[in-house]
Ligand binder design. Structure first.
Ligand code: NAD
Ligand code: A1AUG
Length: 525
């Protein structure tokens, strides 16, 4: 048995990180203390770090609290093309030794980082509350998922590094080994600014690659906090190079760079397709086909038929549509309900809407927070105007900047046609479209009618329909009689079809393979 395999057996099996129960007074108190502590750190400046060296630039990115837009959570330096180029060079220098570091040792850094984040969970939760406007529960789910990715990919690396099954023949010794790709650009989104960033980065490095990490401009501080953790656990310089910067400058420059071997991106369809196009074109001096992992948007549906538990369906519709203000790729922004129960479901949803409290998420009672920034608010408000011509507004519809942040009332339109813009385009905000279906067949057809294919839910008690949906509801993550958000690492490997991306199945057993290439050696004996 290889050393990696031996190690694998002594690490306890993977278990998802349990969420914090904020209803316990002790936990509520700890969260208040964390919010206070983090608040005192507001306004700090974070450097670009390349090969362990710190850099400042003239241009800065100010990270704003979307719940209170006069609060600056932190300031980061914005990279130039020269620094981006240096980051790629330093990453290649570090690759020389990192790619030869044993897999178990690389995995150990992830396990240590998971433990540090676990010990500081309330503090990380607080950063997410302030920087991206997540309520306490959503923030804690994000941090738990980040810990899960570290724990899961550490174990996965040991599995990939252990002996791989191949057919044996007499007279030859044959072996297949997974080896890293080289230097990668990691380009994550702001909406799961810890979990997704940590998942993408840790998968790339535990497999022996080195990376240039360009965080999203709305969430660079939490990215800097993760980078600090990786330095604290002793990750060698240059394995992760921390390079905040604009999407257009650092993003495109990195994507085109001839020495970038792979690009791991999670974000919008338009940017994902642009990266796909740029990465496909070989640059002078480039000697490989760039690998891209592109996880993109969704226009996800919750389907309800006449046999369903309608209370459970109404609850699922509300949580799927409005959890984290609808700013999830998995958000159920379409409720497709068969005509027999359409009005009842809407009534039940509206009853639940009355209970939603919106406001600054530093206060535990506010379930609905702000949207991420001004331009996002403007985009969502423009869709609300479009919606007024495409359906009947039955809830919300107003922006509430008067509360001091980028607040938009949760908004519902009914009687929306399946092909209306608000039923086809990803809005990424608290906007839900109710679509009436003739029957189950019609509902399924409507559910599949967009260019996306990320998540979906079916509420039904009809076993035959559930079995049909498994075959015909064309999404990467399909749920029955539960919400369409909240995939758990290891339990629900995540990724979508069609324009939702390359279906990488983050948090699944295939994921690390995307950052590796297989080499076979064969020796005559
Ligand atoms: N499928 C998934 O797993 C998943 C998960 C989370 C978010 N998302 C999607 O992400 C989107 C929201 O995130 P966002 O607003 O950060 O997306 P975005 O596409 O605007 O940005 C994502 C990242 O790309 C960078 N970027 C921007 N322009 C670039 C360019 N021209 N070249 C290279 N990089 C560039 C950004 O700085 C950011 O780091 C939504 O569409 C959502 O559905 C998908
Ligand atoms: N994995 C998350 C969504 C990530 C995209 O925003 C979920 O399952 O809700």
């Amino acid at each position: 048995m290889s050393y990696e395999a031996t190690h694998w057996t002594i690490i306890p099996p993977f278990k998802n990180e349990p969420p914090v129960n904020f209803d316990l007074p002790e936990n509520e108190k700890r969260m208040h203390e964390a919010l206070e502590k983090v608040y005192k750190e507001f306004g700090r400046e974070y450097d670009i770090v390349i090969g362990g060296k710190h850099y400042k630039t003239e241009k800065k990115i100010r990270s704003i609290n979307p719940s209170k837009f006069d609060e600056v959570v932190g300031i980061v330096n914005s990279a130039t093309e020269e620094l981006a180029d240096l980051a790629v060079q330093e990453a290649w220098k570090a690759y020389e030794t990192w790619s030869r570091t044993p897999a178990w040792k690389r995995a150990e850094y992830l396990l240590k980082a998971a433990q540090l984040i676990r010990e500081r969970k309330f503090e990380f939760d607080a950063w997410l509350v302030y920087e991206v406007g997540k309520n306490w529960i959503e923030a804690d789910a994000d941090v738990s998922e980040a810990i899960d990715f570290l724990e899961f990919y550490a174990r996965e690396m040991l599995r990939y590094a252990s002996e791989q099954p191949i057919v044996r023949i007499p007279g030859e010794y044959n072996e297949l080994r997974y080896i890293p790709l080289g230097v990668g650009a990691i380009i994550p989104p702001w909406n799961f600014p810890l979990a997704i960033l940590v998942g993408m980065t840790s998968a790339a490095i535990v497999t022996g690659n080195t990376v240039v990490l360009k965080p999203a401009s709305d969430s660079p501080v939490i990215a800097a906090k993760f980078f600090e953790v990786m330095r604290e656990v002793g990750l060698p310089d240059g394995v992760i190079n921390f390079l905040p910067g604009s999407g257009a400058l650092a993003g495109e420059f990195l994507v085109k760079h001839p020495k970038v071997r792979f690009i791991s991106f999670t974000g919008s369809k338009d940017v994902g397709l642009r990266i796909h196009e740029l990465a496909a074109k070989p640059q002078p001096g480039q000697i490989w086909i760039k690998r891209t992992v592109l996880e993109m948007g969704g226009k996800d549906a919750v389907v309800v038929d006449e046999t369903a538990d309608l209370d459970a369906a109404a609850e699922g519709i509300v949580v799927s549509a409005f959890g984290y203000q609808g700013q999830k790729c998995s958000a159920g922004s379409r409720a497709i309900v068969v005509k027999d129960v359409y009005d009842i479901v809407i009534e039940k949803v509206l009853e639940r809407m009355k209970k939603i409290k919106m406001g600054d998420v530093r206060y535990k009672e506010n379930w609905l927070g702000p949207v991420i920034n001004k331009s996002s608010m403007e985009k969502i408000m423009a869709y609300i105007e479009i919606g007024k011509n495409e359906g009947q507004l039955i809830w919300g519809g107003n922006s509430r900047e008067d509360l001091g942040g980028y607040f938009i009332e949760p908004t519902i339109f009914k009687d929306v046609a399946w092909n209306a813009r608000i039923a086809q385009e990803e809005i990424f905000g608290p906007l839900l479209a109710f679509i009436k279906a003739e029957d189950f067949d019609d509902a399924l057809r409507i559910a599949n009618s967009t260019e996306y294919g990320l998540t979906g839910s079916l509420y039904s008690r009809d076993r035959t329909r559930i079995e049909r949906a498994k075959e015909e509801f064309h999404v990467g993550n399909l749920y029955f009689n539960r919400k369409c958000t909240g995939a758990l690492v290891g339990v629900h490997p995540f990724g979508g079809f069609n324009m939702s991306g390359t279906d990488s199945k983050a948090g699944g057993r295939d994921y690390l393979g995307l950052f590796l290439q297989a080499k076979v050696w064969s020796e005559k004996i």
